[in-house]
Each structure stands twice: as C-alpha cells, then as structure tokens.
Design a protein around this ligand. Structure first.
Ligand code: NAD
Length: 418
C-alpha cells in the first residue's frame, strides 16, 4: 500500500456527484463524514503463551437508509482512512442498487496467514467483543471481506449470540449454510461481476464469446468472476494473485487454475502448465485485453500505470482499485470504467437476502437467490447507464449521483435530529 489516502477518493467522488446534481453543500455535507468511528486495541493469547496487542476498527458511514452494512477485513496494511473509505463506498453501493442499508466497514491490522486457526479464532472473538456495542441485526451487520470467510463469520455470530444468550444469525452475513447462511452467497460478488461485464458488453459490442479479459486477484471474487465468464465463453488470457501473474494468449485453463488454488498455500508463482507464461502483476494490469477486471485491492490503477492500460473496459470487482487521477487519464483515453459500487454489489445484494431469510426464518433455494440477484443488479445497471446518458458524465460520477440523490432524499425526509 502506498501513501495515497483512499478517503480523498471518496470526498472527490461525492463532490463530483453533488455538482452534477447541483446540490447545495448543506444538503450533502453530512455524507462526507462517517457517523461513527470505533478504534479498539485488544490482547490475544498466542499459542506459545505470549500476548500480542492488535488494533481493530469499525466505521459506520451512514444509517440514513437503513442499518449499516459492510465487511470485515484482516490485513497488515489496513488503517483508519482505508476503513473510512470502504465504509463510505458501502453506503453508496447499497444506495445505487436500491437495498435498504447504510454503509459500514471493519478491519483488524493483522496478517492472518501468520496465525494458527486457534489464534485466528481467539482474535476474531476478541475483536467481536470490542465492536459488540455497535453491531447487531438492526444496527450494523458485518460480512466477509479480504482474508475473512464463512468460518470467521461463524465465530462472530457465535460470540455475539453467546453474549446475548440466544442465537442471533442475522448479526452477520456470509455465514456457512449450516448456521443460517444463504445459498449462492459465496459466489455472489463474482456472479455480480459476471452480470456487470455481460450487461456492459451487451450495450457496446455484443457477445462475450472470445472476448479477451484479464483478472487481477484470483481470490473469492476474482476466481468466481473468472470461472463464470470462462463458462460464458470469454477468453481469459491473464490472471494474478499476490505472488504474480500468468499469461496465455489462447486463453488460460481457468477451471484447472481454480482447482490448483483451492489447495491451501498454493500460489500462482508455482503454477505450471505448457505454454503458460509467468508475468508480473503490473503486466497483468497492462495486458492487451478488451476487459480488465481488477479484483484485488485498492489503488492498483494509478497515474503511474493508467496511460499504459490497453483494455477498452475496466470492470471494478475490487473496492477502489482506480485513483481519481487515474480516472481522469482513463476517461481521456476513452476507456469505460464500470465503478466498484455497481460492479461488486452482488455480494451485498445476496447478503441482504441472507439477512431477510434470517429475520423471517426462511430458506430460499439457489435459483431464487440467483434470479433475484440478476433482477436487482440488471435494474441498477440500467439505471446507471440511463443516468450516464442523462448527465453526460462518466459511469462512476453517474452511479454516485444516482446513489447520492437517494441518500440526500432519505436525509431530507428524516431531517436533522433533534
Ligand atoms: P480475497 O482475499 O479472497 O482475494 C484477494 C486476492 O487478491 C488474492 O488472490 C490475493 O492473492 C490477491 N492480491 C492481494 N494483493 C494483490 C496485489 N497487490 N496484486 C495482485 N493480487 C493481489 O479477497 P476477496 O474477497 O476476493 O476481495 C477482493 C476485492 O473485492 C477487495 O477489494 C474486496 O474489498 C472486494 N469485495 C469483496 C467482496 C466479497 O464478497 N468478498 C464483496 C465486494 C467487494
């Protein structure tokens, strides 16, 4: 991570959207500040008997449109500004796809690969105890993000439930099915990315078959998006993970790569297949493809490399992969950037279904989950493209304008307390 402050991105995008909507500053000023920022330090007993102190955060950006919602990230480089930015993006994401949530995000500054399973469990439980006063199914509902998964959500649900004295499945989403998770949740963000690529290409060039693509970050989101796009006939020529990238002009064998990555500890730098070249992460981003899908971390496309991007479309699977300065360069080059708040909203949409099922003690089948996801996301994509035509602005500014309009309308109706 460089010195760039991702919260500056948030402020710049809100201001652009507010200008487009001709809003008075008094109408949107509150959207530039998180409602609540919690920073905690907590001890964890390590397996060797020593005690280590960790730092954690939970930021609630907005509850104007409903309870706060957002993932929890475990990463050694995370800081409060990153969590603030991620929380704000959640507010705009929920608003742009029209689900009744505000935005939040949480994190622990830790490299979880250095912890044993029992240490990770103790860290998760103690972090949950630290943020417990401000989370809950009606207040703020966490979910998985980078380096957290269904097991971590299970520990959070259990810790919260033990403190309350009864099972509260609706406190987190992205849980395993056995404890109230939703079918289709694990694949939801990647499925949403696939839907966004499909619907975007439909508006420009038509079919996906044979279209060249590159995916940066073959994690939960990137690998599902790659798998589903590969199944639709896309030619994925470049992929990467934190260890480096792979390239094959004829199209990589995505199912084989995903199978290889499913074995714990396997990294792409050690992957071997005839004809497959090893390239750097930087080369993945600038590879000669039609569609580039950044699905790793923030600030990957910057003013340093934006000029070298060859893709015609960038579909942001990761949160905040493009800096404001890079956006300007990409716009000048005529590259269409489908913003994160739309492209990766599949995860929070199905999280919403999970929460709805938990509250109603219902279980939807996977077909209903996937069809309803498709319906909500296609409607949102359509609204963003319509807003783009109306405002004659970039897809990002148009998406933010649509979301900001919904947010300030909710604020206006509720008015300022007291
Ligand atoms: P993950 O931890 O499963 O995967 C991250 C992937 O990125 C891994 O393959 C990792 O090796 C790779 N990576 C990390 N740093 C990299 C780098 N510098 N260059 C290239 N690859 C790198 O995380 P995820 O859940 O797939 O999340 C990925 C992105 O999607 C994040 O920005 C996250 O906020 C966003 N997102 C996730 C969800 C979700 O449901 N998981 C929902 C919305 C948005």
């Amino acid at each position: 991570m460089n010195n760039y402050n991702p919260y500056d991105n948030v402020i710049a995008t809100i201001k652009n959207a507010a200008n487009l909507l001709k809003l008075d500053e008094s109408e949107y000023i509150a959207t530039m500040y998180p409602e609540r920022e919690l920073k905690i330090s907590f001890p964890v007993r390590m397996d060797d008997g020593s005690v280590q102190i960790f730092e954690g955060y939970r930021v609630q950006h907005s509850s104007s449109r409903g309870p706060c919602k957002g993932g929890i990230r475990f990463h050694p480089d995370v800081d409060l500004n990153e969590v603030k930015a991620l929380a704000a993006w959640m507010t705009f994401k929920c608003a742009v796809v029209g689900i009744p949530y505000g935005g939040a995000k949480g994190a622990v500054k830790v490299d979880p690969s250095k912890l044993s399973e029992t240490e990770l469990c103790r860290l998760t439980r103690r972090y949950t105890a630290g943020i417990l006063p401000i989370i809950g199914p009606e207040q703020d509902i966490p979910a998985p993000d980078v380096n957290t998964n269904g097991q971590v959500m299970g520990w959070i649900m259990d810790t919260y439930s033990m403190m309350k004295g009864h099972a509260v499945p609706g406190v987190v989403t992205g849980k395993p099915i056995e404890i109230g998770g939703s079918l289709g949740r694990v694949e939801a963000t990647g499925r949403g990315v696939m839907i966004t690529v499909r619907e975007t290409l439909k508006r420009y060039d038509g079919p996906i078959e044979g279209t060249t693509m590159a995916v940066q970050g073959m994690g939960n989101v990137g690998s599902v998006a790659a798998k589903l796009l590969h199944e639709l006939g896309a030619k994925i020529v470049a992929v990467s993970d934190v260890s480096g990238g792979l390239y094959y002009a004829e199209g990589l064998n995505i199912p084989a790569i995903i199978k290889y990555l499913s074995i714990k500890g396997n990294l792409l730098k050690d992957y071997n297949e005839d004809g497959v070249e090893h390239i750097t992460n930087a080369q993945v981003l600038t590879s000669d493809v039609h569609v580039l899908i950044p699905a790793a971390m923030e600030n990957q496309i910057t003013e340093q490399n934006a000029d070298n991007i060859k893709a015609k479309f960038i579909v942001e699977a990761a949160n905040g992969p493009t800096t404001v300065a890079a956006d300007t360069i990409l716009e000048k080059k005529g590259i269409q950037v489908v913003p994160d708040i739309l492209a990766n909203a599949g995860g929070v949409i199905v999280s919403y279904f999970e929460w709805v099922q938990n509250i109603q003690s219902l279980c939807w089948d996977e077909k209903k989950v996937n069809e309803t996801l498709n319906q909500i996301l296609c409607k949102a994509i359509n609204e963003v493209f319509t807003a783009r035509d109306e405002y004659q602005a970039s897809l990002r500014t148009s998406a933010y304008a649509l979301a900001l309009n919904r947010l300030v309308t909710a604020k206006r109706i509720r008015s300022i307390f007291p």
